[in-house]
Design a binder for this molecule. Structure first.
Ligand SMILES: Nc1ncnc2c1ncn2[C@@H]1O[C@H](COP(=O)(O)OP(=O)(O)O)[C@@H](O)[C@H]1O
Ligand SMILES: [Mg+2]
Length: 592
């Protein structure tokens, strides 16, 4: 009896897995009521069923109305007046049900004349069910039927990478928070997730399930350090302003390499000397290097060209230069150092940066060597803190990194982590034995298309080969069109939330399975927190309403209207303090 009620039309053509359905003349309403439930026929993205013997084929409605009318019916000589019903729709076949089992893909093909039926709640249960509880997480409900849970296959989500795309305010961060929380809430004592959080949004989302590393940490957070000596040479030099000529850059590179080789011995680091380059993550004393380079520029000599004309001895740890007698005029004593490089301007910028407190996360703290290059703590400790801590989720809050070096520093962090897991691939803390899921918020910053930065190269490497070493990526961005296309195509699961910009949508379209591309047209109309999940992580492409987190990720923008409501405090003294902090490049007054 139900069969008759649910019948909506008949197949009139089949082309590959796209079938065209002519709706029954008797369908007077697009909203039939069956067993007390209202169904809507012909919603883009909804399902219809084609019973074939013991099996049911399922398809997603991709087109309705004029665009779905088969070409042959559009011919001039076709007599439309003889057609009783002119309603058509197209379905993309996506799966097949045998008994209670639903599988992606179809093994048989329907033919013209086969009947097409509505999909009922019971059918939906079959379609959306069938996840293995152990390796799936629940992230929300299915939009068309709120009573059904929306699940994602965790193994596929992590190991085949995923992308969370949507306009600002569409609910990306919330969705990511839900993903993380549902993983953290499962019994996964060995799970590890690392979040690169440029705005410090996630700190409170997972409260006791996460550790937060942050520059100028608050209570309950830990201090984030990125020792300068762990940066590859190009990233390190990019911190300092002032241009170096190519030959001076080489000079600087050689000096750093020498300093690293010496410090490797001081620190008893077991490594072949020849393997050490300016890019190696090996300590060296920034102050001694600066002092030596600076001194070389300033030296003046007596007539014998070997006796130095030093007047005042400087101090490397305080970064005070040696002072020499001024050079004589013409050919008189003292003589300048003829081999000097003319890089005092650059060295000044180095000194300023080393003293600037916003850069303390690079130049101060437990990982910083003494003048001999000796360190107390090495990067293994850093890696242990980020990757080996007892919590499921580690959040690297990057909000304190000066914006001009953000990409360079976060790219370096990513590289340090990926390199470590690559070389540790055979160990129990390598990615194969303990997979790592890396979440990149604002991923477009790492991956400018066509760009050759350390972050781009690292993300590309992880996207291509991370799977082999147990490293999965989640790319979160509001500007998918700025992402490198090859990287997006490596993302097995795509979570597309509301997306207003048509350029971005066409980008998502190209990343989606062909017959589902029309679903992309739904994206501008999605509600906040609603998304289309497609790809390997789900059994079928689903329109999903994500749960809303109680502790939603929060942007750190001050609430203007709130702040402006407060009473005005006029104090000249405050501006005096402000000026002093600025001049001293400090964010806080020093405790006396
Ligand atoms: N599933 C949801 N249900 C209800 N509200 C949501 C949902 N997801 C997000 N929101 C709300 O929408 C706003 C923007 O969400 P957010 O995750 O910050 O978006 P995005 O990261 O894409 O900019 C927030 O105020 C958030 O509370
Ligand atoms: Mg966000």
């Amino acid at each position: 009896m139900q069969k008759k009620q649910t019948e909506v039309g008949e197949i009139i053509s089949v082309s590959g897995n796209i079938i065209t359905v002519q709706l029954l003349d008797s369908i007077k309403s697009n909203m039939p009521v069956i067993n007390g439930i209202v169904y809507r026929i012909g919603q883009i993205g909804s399902f219809l069923k084609v019973p074939l013997g013991y099996a049911n084929l399922y398809g997603i409605v991709t087109q309705i109305g004029a665009s779905a009318i088969p070409d042959r019916l559009k011919l001039d000589d076709f007599d439309f007046s003889k057609q009783t019903n002119r309603q058509f729709l197209n379905l993309a076949l996506i799966g097949e049900q045998n008994g209670r089992k639903f599988e992606r893909g179809v093994f048989q093909s329907p033919t013209t004349g086969d009947k097409v039926h509505l999909v009922t709640i019971d059918d939906l249960d079959v379609i959306y069910g069938g996840y293995n509880e152990d390796n799936s997480i629940t992230v929300g409900s299915i939009s068309i039927s709120e009573s059904l849970n929306a699940k994602i296959d965790l193994d596929k989500l992590v190991s085949r990478h995923c992308a969370v795309l949507g306009s600002t305010g569409s609910g990306k961060s919330n969705a990511v928070g839900v993903l993380l929380k549902s993983i953290a809430d499962k019994e996964f004592p060995n799970s590890r997730i690392l979040v690169f959080d440029p705005h410090g949004e996630y700190n409170s989302v997972l409260n006791n399930k996460s550790v937060v590393y942050k520059i100028r940490a608050n209570k309950d957070e830990k201090e984030l350090f990125v020792p300068y000596w762990a940066l590859p040479f190009n990233e390190l030099t990019s911190i300092f302003s002032g241009n170096l000529s190519d030959s001076n850059k080489e000079y600087f590179r050689t000096k750093i390499e020498e300093a690293k080789r010496e410090a490797a011995i001081v620190n008893n680091i077991k490594i072949e000397k020849e393997l050490i380059t300016a890019d190696s993550p090996i300590p060296f004393s920034r102050q001694k290097l600066w002092f030596d380079l600076d001194d070389f520029e300033r030296q003046t000599f007596k007539r014998d060209k070997t006796t130095l004309c030093l007047i005042n001895k400087g101090n490397p740890s305080k970064m005070i230069s040696n002072v020499y007698e001024s050079p004589g005029i013409g050919s008189s004593e003292p003589y300048m150092n003829n081999a000097r490089k003319g890089i005092l301007g650059f060295l000044d910028s180095v000194r300023l940066k080393l003293k600037d407190s916003t850069y303390d996360f690079l130049f101060k703290g437990d990982y910083i060597p003494d003048l001999e290059g000796k360190i107390n703590m090495d990067i293994d400790n850093l890696l242990y803190e980020w990757l080996g801590n007892e919590k499921s989720v580690t959040i690297l809050d990057l909000s304190g990194i000066p914006i001009d070096i953000m990409t360079s520093i976060s790219g370096t962090l990513l590289k340090i982590i990926y390199d470590a897991l690559f070389w540790g691939q055979n160990l129990s803390n390598g990615g194969k034995e303990q997979p790592l899921f890396i979440v990149l918020e604002e991923a477009h910053n790492y991956l400018k298309a066509g760009d050759n930065s350390i972050s781009s190269k690292t993300v590309q490497a992880i996207a291509k080969e991370g799977r082999k070493y147990g490293v999965g990526l989640a790319l979160v961005t509001q500007r998918p069109s700025e992402l490198d296309e090859t990287v997006l195509s490596q993302c097995g699961t795509i979570i597309a939330l509301r997306m207003n910009n048509s350029k971005d949508r066409s980008f998502i379209r190209s990343a989606m399975q062909d017959e589902l591309q029309t679903m992309v047209d739904l994206l501008p109309s999605l509600r906040t927190g609603e998304g289309i999940i497609s790809g390997e992580g789900v059994r079928i492409p689903s329109r999903v309403k994500f749960y809303k987190l109680t502790d939603a990720p929060k942007g750190s923008d001050p609430k203007v209207s709130e702040k402006w409501k407060l009473e005005k405090k006029q104090s000249k003294e405050n501006y005096n303090t402000l000026l002093s902090l600025w001049r001293n490049q400090k964010l806080k007054e020093e405790q006396k």
